[in-house]
Design a protein around this ligand. Structure first.
Ligand SMILES: C[S@@+](CC[C@H](N)C(=O)[O-])C[C@H]1O[C@@H](n2cnc3c(N)ncnc32)[C@H](O)[C@@H]1O
Length: 196
């Protein structure tokens, strides 16, 4: 099946939150590794690769390897793995300086979402940064079986992290495949940094 979102965002700039989060990670050295969960077209991976980071990009879509071939020289810094996120979370022992999970967690099963929140701390090095997006209860995706989360409950789930940025946005607009819907987007940047 065609990954419509990945095709539509091929060559697109990173999600705005990714650039915003970069401002918070100046303390991490250039060899830091970024984990991009549900990496799609690699638009967000590419942003960090161009900044000199090395990336582990996971997506269940086998085209992830093709998207890598299309990013030019930065491909050297991006390792792509075609794998289900749930399986990856169960077997992974590596820690990362940045974890990107934009527009993907709500698509996972309830069990997998639980595993995600349980394993988040152990996935992140000290001083690491999380970049997360979710959909809120008023998002029309709630009528399509996509998981929605209330900001308050999300912040409870992330209570062991320091919240650096949290924003809810609501607007009407189309999906990449043309469905005019109501959007209720929740964007979060958080860190396990303890010093400030
Ligand atoms: C809406 S796209 C977001 C892509 C990217 N994070 C971005 O913001 O551009 C969701 C991506 O997550 C991937 N995905 C969904 N469920 C997954 C799963 N269980 N395991 C791995 N990848 C998954 C899809 O294949 C798709 O590429």
């Amino acid at each position: 099946m065609t990954n419509i979102f990945a095709e539509a965002t091929k060559g697109a700039p990173p999600y705005y939150l990714v650039k915003k989060a970069y401002a918070y990670i100046d303390k991490i050295d250039d060899n830091a590794r970024v984990l991009d969960l549900g990496a799609g077209s690699l638009r967000n991976s590419l942003f960090f690769a161009k900044k000199g980071f090395s990336i582990l990009a996971i997506d269940k879509d086998k085209n992830i390897h093709n998207y890598r071939k299309e990013v030019g020289d930065s491909a050297d810094r991006i390792e792509t793995v075609q794998e289900d996120i749930c399986k990856f979370l169960q077997n992974n022992h590596e820690q990362f300086s940045v974890i990107l999970a934009t527009h993907v967690i709500p698509f996972l099963s309830e069990n997998c979402r639980e595993t995600f929140f349980k394993t988040l701390s152990s996935l992140l090095v000290d001083g690491g940064v999380l970049v997360l997006t979710f959909w809120g209860p008023r998002d029309d995706f709630s009528r399509k079986g996509v998981a929605v989360e209330e900001m308050e409950k999300l912040l409870e789930k992330l209570q062991s992290f320091k919240i650096l940025f949290a924003k809810e946005r609501e607007y009407d607009g189309p999906t990449v495949d043309g469905w005019e819907k109501h959007w209720h987007v929740i964007d979060i940047v958080a860190s396990n940094r303890k010093d400030d």
